[in-house]
Design a protein around this ligand. Structure first.
Ligand code: NI
Length: 198
């Protein structure tokens, strides 16, 4: 089932999400719905707050980064991402390391806006997978980048929070328009400040 993606301005996106336990109702269904929602919107990551649930859960499918166009060389940052599809439950960032690098990030909750965000190149994460197996893994390249972005969502942080004061001022009008639903988007969304529903 495709769920509406919550747009910028909804308080759920600014809330620190809660851990869940094995008894969380219909978790398998929720995860399946999140994947369906993410694929429909052509996303590579989706966090539960983005579908209105303030719980520490996010999903990632980084395989689009590993697709190589004809005549192009494979991107070294995408190495090993051909089948990178994962579920992260109750994640904790244990460590971030390496040089900071800039990447033009986007977000399904903030359509049509991309800005360069600087983050460290590696992240060590402990989490439970969809079978409640506890894992600790190190990620780098685009995998690390997506995980850091999605992890921010369960902390109530958006990529726009990382921008300079000047940049924030420059994009403020666009963000207000997004929260009002004044943006062209080809997937299902829920806009917090829309006056009348279409
Ligand atoms: Ni996002």
């Amino acid at each position: 089932m495709i769920l509406p993606v919550v747009a910028y301005g909804d308080p759920v996106l600014k809330r620190e999400a809660e851990e869940i336990d094995k008894d969380y109702p219909e978790l398998k269904k929720l995860i399946a719905d999140m994947f369906e929602t993410m694929y429909e919107a052509s996303g590579v990551g989706l966090a539960a707050p983005q579908i209105g649930k303030s719980i520490r859960l996010f999903i990632v499918d980084a395989s689009p980064f590993a697709e190589v166009e004809e005549g192009e060389d494979p991107d070294p940052m995408a190495e090993g991402l051909e089948n990178f599809k994962k579920v992260f439950i109750n994640p904790i960032i244990e460590e971030e390391k390496g040089e900071e690098w800039g990447f033009n990030e986007g977000c399904l909750s903030i359509p049509k806006l991309r800005e360069e965000v600087f983050r460290k190149e590696k992240v060590v994460l402990s989490y439970y997978d969809e079978n409640w197996k506890l894992k600790e893994e190190e990620f780098d390249g685009y995998a690390a980048r997506i995980i850091q972005h999605e992890y921010d969502h369960v902390e109530g942080i958006l990529f726009t929070d990382h921008l300079s004061t000047l940049k924030k001022r420059l994009i403020n009008k666009k963000l207000q328009n997004i929260s009002k639903g004044e943006v062209e988007v080809d997937y299902k969304m829920k806009f917090p400040a829309r006056k009348k529903q279409r």
